[in-house]
Design a protein around this ligand. Structure first.
Ligand code: BMA
Length: 811
């Protein structure tokens, strides 16, 4: 077999007669236009609005390449395209060799007769994705409704392209085109392996691993096929017919080390090699784990929903993932490392790939395998209804087949989910009263309850197909039933309800809930001038895509904080508020385990500089929420349940540890200006994976005003420590005495000390990429805390850039 990559430098032009400029593959046209100096940065100010023509234009990419007889003389030469975005005609030496119409498919074309020894030319001519979607919509038998966003292009539901390329409530509308993944020629005379799906069957300590192997062969023949893994090996002879086929060979492995989600154990990975003797071989990495989604009926219209890995019920803690950049060209693997390692460092064990982007690259899933992050994988449909005629169904079932075959080997993938919020929109009448609603329901069922379910059953019987997020299951009609399946809980953001509303919700699994904040000033200054740094400045509003976003943030800020007059304070408080909202929800839902078994907040990352629900801003900086997540997702959590209707407070300990644990919680009531008002030590013993109330406390003291002290819980149980704090008045009413926070920096270590209580003490290192081991901490009077900085800081750099602020600075 011989391969020849066509990645690298190409030329690009506007069709039909634009000037050629340099293009990059893998990449996209917006990135190439910026690099060539043809357009300004689309993220800057409101340039996006003037750059909509790019998506309305046809584009052409071309390059020449040299090949010799060792490739051309193979029996078959295939052009393999891992990702073409989206509608394109591909020519080699001016002969059409194929067409594409789905960014999410892997295309292979037989180009055996199109190639010549020596210089060849390939061109990829892209139709405007905007015009194409409109044409498809206009040609369809009826209107298919779609959710709309402030800056957008129409009819995204009629093109199989990342839906957020058409604009979202956190993202720009930049409907790019491009060859966004690898493209190569593969020549072969013998069978070629096209995919390997290692399917595991766990029986006691042993695992039977069946390698299901896709083969593409120019001729008929008989071959020895060997599968080897972890010291075990099986060889069997197989007839392989000309054309595409599938074969399966099983091997039994005795008692391999198990792969676990982060927090429950290690992530051993084994190479699984499939060799077709004399022809081809392929190695995939396998993590041995038995995974299922447990659904047990436990009440009327109630059913559990939880991931079970190797027999252990795993509480899913994590965040939603959107595409890493609105312009995917030139995104380095470092950025994936930074985000996924940040997720793991914040004690997450689950990432949900949301259905409005694209199936991630291989590197993403490899890193999730290594880091122990379970992946909830949506198929790429979001916040819309979709056409479901034969052509569309064939296109999307092909897509799902391609992607399941590509990704099935990853131990991290926990379930396949049909779409994001399409069922919710349909069942809850998002698109108004329609006389043809029966047709829309039928089309929905055809796509998500039948066609995609069938493909998953054929291609990957080892994982559950879940029809939508949120959903209560196939055929259930209330996708937001908290007692069944997963829900998206948005009443506190979109519904404007107070944070305490989270405490009224008892769900089985929450796969979305979120609260917005603003990113750092340093990031905003990369896209708006300094004089625009005000949330309602027109340019800033361009970087806030939720129409009510600023109003919701400000209204809630007035409940909790003193209204700031300084933009830096506003950013800081918006982040505290976001962190506080999500903390309230997560701690509550963790306390409810095992009834509740998942809290996946919206959203981990951003794809451009914007006010959004993310915990990590564009560029990788941690917002307050990311630091708070590290604490509220700890393996063992100590938390207060503050029921607004009760005088007393409940103290809880929640364990995700598979051993029993034993220790104490020290409770201290501490006055802001020094002095411990009361202390108490509570012995705690928890069974494995248990969550329980360990005490009820009455925090009131005669003669001590409630705005002048806090209650601190410090847990120490076996190897686990944790801390939490309760306050008895809104933050805006606390009587803070004017703390002096002393900061000492030595290398990458920062020591903080305060005379009086200093709340939400925030360190920043604006010029440096990186983050602190802890941040937004409360310092009690006289307390010393040491944190370290991980990132690009040498010598005195940290000391010279370090900033510190705390709540009282905003008063
Ligand atoms: C959700 C998501 C996204 C959206 C977010 C914030 O429900 O599925 O579509 O961006 O809410 O509005």
């Amino acid at each position: 077999m011989k391969t020849h990559s066509l990645n690298g430098s190409w030329q690009c032009r506007q069709r039909p007669h634009g000037d050629w400029f340099e293009g990059t593959v893998p990449g996209g046209v917006y990135t190439d236009l910026v690099a060539a100096g043809e357009i300004p940065d689309p993220y800057d100010e409101d340039n996006e609005l003037d750059l909509q023509w790019v998506g309305k234009t046809d584009w052409e990419y071309r390059r020449e390449f040299e090949i010799d007889e060792t490739l051309v003389e193979q029996d078959r030469v295939t052009l393999r395209c891992e990702g073409v975005d989206t509608v394109a005609t591909i020519c080699i030496n001016e002969t059409d060799i194929g067409e594409t119409s789905n960014m999410h498919r892997i295309y292979e074309f037989d180009v055996t007769d199109a190639l010549e020894i020596g210089t060849n030319e390939i061109s990829v001519v892209f139709d405007s994705p905007v015009e194409y979607a409109i044409e498809q919509r206009d040609a369809y038998s009826h209107e298919v409704p779609v959710t709309q966003y402030p800056v957008e292009q129409p009819a995204r539901n009629f093109i199989r392209k990342a839906q957020c390329h058409y604009g979202w409530d956190w993202g720009p509308c930049l409907p790019t085109v491009g060859i966004y993944r690898d493209i190569e020629l593969i020549g072969h005379a013998e069978p070629r392996i096209t995919y390997v799906k290692p399917q595991q069957d766990h029986d006691g300590n042993g695992v039977e691993l069946t390698a299901v192997v896709g083969v593409d062969s120019p001729t008929n023949g008989e071959y020895a096929v060997t599968v080897s893994i972890a010291g075990s090996e099986t060889t069997e002879r197989r007839e392989i017919a000309a054309g595409e086929s599938e074969l399966a060979v099983s091997v039994t492995v005795d008692d391999p080390e198990r792969w676990w989600p982060r927090g429950y154990g290690d992530q051993p990975l084994y190479d699984c090699t499939v060799a077709i003797d004399g022809a081809d071989s392929a190695t995939t990495r396998v993590g041995f784990r038995d995974i299922s989604v447990v659904r047990e009926v436990d009440g009327e219209n109630a059913e559990s929903f939880s991931f079970e890995v190797n027999g252990v019920a795993v509480f899913a803690k994590g965040a939603n993932w959107i595409p890493i950049d609105a312009m995917y060209g030139g995104v380095s693997t470092d950025r994936y490392d930074q985000l996924l390692e940040s997720a793991a460092e914040a004690n997450m064990n689950t990432i949900r790939i949301w259905g409005g982007g694209y199936y991630e690259n291989d590197y993403f899933y490899e890193r999730c395998d290594e880091l122990g992050l379970l992946v909830w994988q949506d198929f790429m449909f979001a916040c819309s209804l979709y056409p479901a005629d034969d052509t569309f169904v064939e296109n999307v079932t092909g897509e799902v087949r391609d992607q399941v075959r590509r990704l099935a080997s990853h131990p991290s993938i926990a379930l396949w989910c049909g779409n994001n919020e399409n069922e919710w929109g349909l069942e809850h009448g998002w698109y108004g009263d329609r006389t043809d609603s029966e047709v829309l329901f039928d089309e929905y069922d055809r796509l998500f309850e039948s066609a995609l379910a069938d493909v998953v059953a054929e291609e990957d019987p080892t994982r559950r197909y879940w029809p939508s997020s949120p959903s209560s299951g196939i055929e259930a009609t209330d996708p937001q039933n908290p007692a069944k399946g997963d829900i998206h809980y948005w009443d506190v953001w979109h519904g404007g309800k107070p944070f305490a509303d989270y405490l009224t919700v008892e769900p089985r699994f929450v796969s979305e809930f979120g609260y917005q904040s603003f990113p750092s000033i340093e990031l905003l200054e990369t896209v708006v001038p300094e004089e625009s740094l005000n949330p309602t400045d027109p340019l800033m509003e361009h970087h806030q895509r939720h129409p009510d976003g600023n109003g919701l943030i400000l209204a809630r800020m007035a409940d909790h904080f003193r209204i700031p007059f300084d933009f830096a304070d506003f950013v800081y408080l918006s982040q505290l508020q976001q962190g506080f909202a999500i903390k309230t929800a997560v701690e509550h839902w963790r306390r409810l385990k095992p009834y509740s078994m998942g809290a996946i907040f919206w959203q981990l990352n951003d794809l451009w500089p914007v006010a959004s629900w993310s915990s990590i801003e564009y560029g990788g900086g941690w917002k307050a929420l990311q630091y708070m997540a590290k604490r509220f997702f700890e393996d063992v959590l100590v938390s207060f349940h503050d029921d607004p209707d009760e005088e007393s407070l409940e103290l809880w300990v929640t364990s995700d540890v598979t051993d029993s644990i034993e220790g104490t919680v020290e409770l201290d009531a501490i006055a802001f200006d020094g002095g411990v008002l009361a202390s108490r030590s509570i012995d705690v013993t928890l069974d494995e994976l248990e969550s329980k109330r360990v005490a009820t406390v009455s925090p009131a003291f005669a003669d001590v005003p409630t705005e002048s002290y806090l209650l601190r819980a410090t847990l120490s149980a076996d190897d686990y420590t944790g801390r939490n704090t309760a306050f008895f008045e809104p933050f805006k009413h606390l009587d803070l005495p004017g703390a002096d926070v002393d900061v000492t920096v030595e290398g990458d270590t920062v020591t903080l000390e305060s005379d009086d209580a200093a709340l939400f003490v925030a360190l920043s290192a604006p010029a440096l990429a990186g983050h602190f081991s802890d941040n937004y901490v409360h310092l009690t009077p006289g307390e010393t805390r040491t944190v370290s900085f991980t990132g690009e800081a040498d010598g005195d750099e940290l000391a010279s850039t370090l900033g510190v602020t705390h709540l009282e600075d905003t008063y």
